[in-house]
Design a protein around this ligand. Structure first.
Ligand code: ZN
Length: 217
C-alpha cells in the first residue's frame, strides 16, 4: 500500500481498535488505514470542502455528497477557516467599502457583512460580520488605515464619516459601482449557503467562516 500523505511505501503496523488493519508509512511515519469507515478522516476531504464552499453548494448537499454529517461538515468549515490567513495588503491603493444585509436564525435577526474591495485588483482585503454599528465597520476601516489607502469610496452612511479620514473619503454617487456589482456576485454565489445558515444558531460564526473560505481559501 502507498502512503496517502507522501505516496511512500507503507508496512503493516498492527490493528486499529475497531479491528481494521493499520499501516505505517516508512517515510513520513504517519499511521493510516487502507479505507476509512468514516469519510471525514479522508485526507483529501478538506480541499473538497473548500471547492464546494467556493461553488456555493449548501451545507446539506455538501454533507450528502461527501457522505459526512452536517455537524462534522460545519465543524470542519470553521476549522478550515481558522487556518486561512488574511492576505498581505499592498499599500497605497484605492478601495471601495460596502455592507450587505443578511439574516441569522430568523428574519428579525439582521446581520451585516462589511467588506473592502481593492478597486484595481478586485481583491477583497478585509471583511467583518456583525451588527450595523461602528464597531463592526471599524475592523475593516482600520485595515485600510494601516495600508495607507489613497482613496476610499463608500455610501453615505454616517458611520463611515467618523471612521475614515475626510481627506481620502468619498461618497460620490457612482464611487461604489464595482463593489455593488461584487455584492451581486456574492449573493448569487453564496445565496444557498446564506439561506441554509439561517437555520443554525451558530450561523454568524459559520457565515464568517464561509466568507473567509470564499474570499481567501
Ligand atoms: Zn508517508
Amino acid at each position: 500500500m502507498n502512503c496517502k500523505y507522501c505516496n511512500g511505501k507503507c508496512k503493516k503496523d498492527g490493528f486499529q481498535r475497531n479491528g481494521c488493519q493499520r499501516y505505517k508509512c516508512k517515510e513520513c511515519k504517519k499511521k493510516q488505514q487502507k479505507a476509512y469507515k468514516y469519510h471525514a478522516y479522508n485526507p483529501q476531504i478538506n480541499s473538497t470542502i473548500i471547492t464546494y464552499t467556493k461553488e456555493g453548494i449548501g451545507i446539506r448537499s455538501a454533507a450528502r455528497l461527501l457522505k459526512i454529517s452536517t455537524t462534522t461538515l460545519l465543524n470542519r468549515i470553521v476549522s478550515i477557516a481558522k487556518n486561512i490567513k488574511q492576505p498581505i495588503i499592498i499599500s497605497k491603493q484605492v478601495y471601495e467599502v460596502d455592507e450587505i444585509k443578511s439574516f441569522v436564525k430568523c428574519k428579525k435577526n439582521l446581520i451585516w457583512i462589511v467588506y473592502a474591495l481593492n478597486r484595481k485588483t478586485k481583491e477583497v482585503v478585509s471583511y467583518n460580520v456583525g451588527n450595523r454599528t461602528n464597531a463592526t465597520l471599524e475592523v475593516v476601516t482600520k485595515t485600510l488605515d494601516l495600508s495607507n489607502a489613497t482613496k476610499i469610496y463608500t455610501d453615505k452612511w454616517r458611520g463611515y464619516k467618523s471612521l475614515i479620514n475626510g481627506k481620502i473619503h468619498s461618497t460620490f454617487n457612482r464611487g461604489t459601482n464595482h463593489i455593488e456589482r461584487h455584492n451581486l456576485t456574492l449573493r448569487t454565489h453564496l445565496k444557498r449557503l446564506t439561506r441554509r445558515s439561517i437555520c443554525f444558531s451558530r450561523s454568524a460564526v459559520i457565515l464568517s467562516a464561509v466568507l473567509k473560505i470564499y474570499f481567501w481559501g
